[in-house]
Design a binder for this molecule. Sequence first.
Ligand code: SF4
Length: 416
Amino acid sequence: MWPWGLIAFRRVGHRLLAAKKDVDARDGRAPDVERPARCRYSKSMSPKSALKAKSEPGQSETVSRPIALLAWYDRHRRRLPWRAAPGETSDPYRVWLSEIMLQQTTVKAVGPYFEKFVARWPEVTALGNASQDDVLRMWAGLGYYSRARNLHACAVAVTRQHGGVFPDTEEGLRALPGIGPYTAAAIAAIAFDRHTMPVDGNIERVVSRLFAVEEELPQAKPLIQQLAATLLANSRAGDSAQALMDLGASICTPKKPACSLCPLNEDCKARTLGTQETFPRKAPKKGGALRRGAAFVVTRGDELLVRSRPEKGLLGGMTEVPGSNWLAGQEDATARQQAPDLKGLSRWQRKVGVVNHVFTHFPLELVVYTAKAQPRTRAPAGMRWVPIATLADEALPNVMRKVIAHALNLPSGPSS
Ligand code: SF4
């Protein structure tokens, strides 16, 4: 399918003509740009000069880009479970749910979770009336659990304070739990066609290449935001945003972008320079120090000893086996001393190997100890026994799944 798309975009004249036709046919509105004149934008312009030129009255340097993007989108848009089909109206609930799930998670990983959520809670009011525990359980495995708690809090707020209807402005959306500037802009554009451009990682990459933005991230964000806004069509703002997202995901990829298939390739400064893969420029990352700790896996027959993490903080409210604190440079002996105190417990056995897990800000290494408790041993305060057979119903974060798999010799064990 791509070669045909390429052929269709070979010539600017053809591209703009096709684009105009598509835009007219799709929504019955007048095209976004009255006159698809060639750009006065020059490839030698700096990103800031390009912005200045764009903002001057009578200048329309970037007018062809929004049209070309929409024309490409109409042909090559991704089919995603939360995305309205052409001619359909977007469902704000599905848009919001997908945007929250997609934060720091891939489309591929989100797909099955999205389907499960909308099957169980088809409307925001259903989710708003669910218990937080149910939501956390359904979310388990997607990571970043504070998002799940905020997701639930937001559904509750929309249900109770807004009569089950999402606010349709960025400002209104930002007042809701878990909705920051990017998510508010994405929902406002995609669900309500507000004239705003959300800038995610994909869009950041496309824009920084298109204009060869030399400034490093994160300092470059405001400039990239302004440049991205020049790619908005006068109508179909949501489609403009989704077009850029799709372009970044499928053509302008981090490695080996397929520039020959890109609808913006004739105006792309990084392509002209042959430096596409060097953008976006990024300040070197400071990796967090390795933290170390111990996890204590205690079984009582077919049951496992667990507890819930504090509501606030990392993995807040999630289920875990008892463990030590996680500290940089912690000695094994220090971590081992933090084992839970149970009467009649067998000797602690240290499992061979360690469990490694990487959080956003630090890597973690856990030593795993196992022990068996006598029948009818009471769980220490704040802990509980759960049947191993029903562990799938617990809100277990991935790191704990690895620990338990390692301790009980289950499949999908840890790296060691
Ligand atoms: S021409 Fe290449 S580098 Fe430039 S925006 Fe298109 S895919 Fe990205």
